[in-house]
Ligand binder design. Sequence first.
Ligand SMILES: C[S@@+](CC[C@H](N)C(=O)[O-])C[C@H]1O[C@@H](n2cnc3c(N)ncnc32)[C@H](O)[C@@H]1O
Length: 250
Amino acid sequence: MRDDVRDFVRTRYGRIAKSGGSCCPSCGCGDSDGNARSMSYSEDDLRSAPPESMMGLGCGNPIAYADLTPGEVVLDLGSGGGIDVFLAAKRVGEKGRVIGVDMTDEMLGRARDAAVQHGFMNVEFRKGEIESLPVGDSSVDVVISNCVINLSVDKARVFREIHRVLKPGGRMVVSDLVTNGDLPEDLKRSLDAWASCIAGAVEKEVYISLIRESGLEDIRIMAESGYSGGVPEFLTKIKSITVYAAKPKV
Ligand SMILES: C[S@@+](CC[C@H](N)C(=O)[O-])C[C@H]1O[C@@H](n2cnc3c(N)ncnc32)[C@H](O)[C@@H]1O
């Protein structure tokens, strides 16, 4: 199942990178109106990021809660077309640096092309898996991620990796989809639903426990929203959350 999921997810996002569209109509990677992926960004942000990086694949706005300051080193897990990398790059400035990690070649190609095209000198896109980050220990001030960890078959390992790469006192702000109640069994077994950010979503309490077990602390839910009305029943059990956590200083 694990390799099947990873291969399916990689193929799906490779196709999306080439077509430029959203993951699919039932993606679930949005908030309450199912169409608010880009809407959670400010007009200024939408104007300042390369248009080709905005693919409508996120489910929140981690940058809004990350309090980035000039000079910081930021790591984006599952950077996709790079929207959050480019927004972070503006905030950390030329003395800072933003690294995007993604496992899909086509996404990396798209993001790297946008960086060159739009003259971003302080960004880098590395190929890798979020369960085994191509980043040194204690080297990053802030880890962000937007609608990616739900796609992982080993979320505990992802959070342990976040803890490993953060500097002492560093912080994590991730937006993701979680559940509130059981999803139908056939949905949970569907690779299509997995790649659409639904089948891999876990209960909110489980998600928070995994973060805590990784050693991160001061865990706070910064934003939460869900679906309502006019959607299939299972979608009402899916929530978008943005979570903050910090690595202890010592
Ligand atoms: C739903 S998209 C989100 C993209 C981006 N964060 C955004 O908000 O536009 C998920 C991205 O995560 C990548 N991805 C999924 N699972 C991954 C994994 N285990 N390791 C690395 N990248 C992964 C996919 O290739 C895809 O680019």
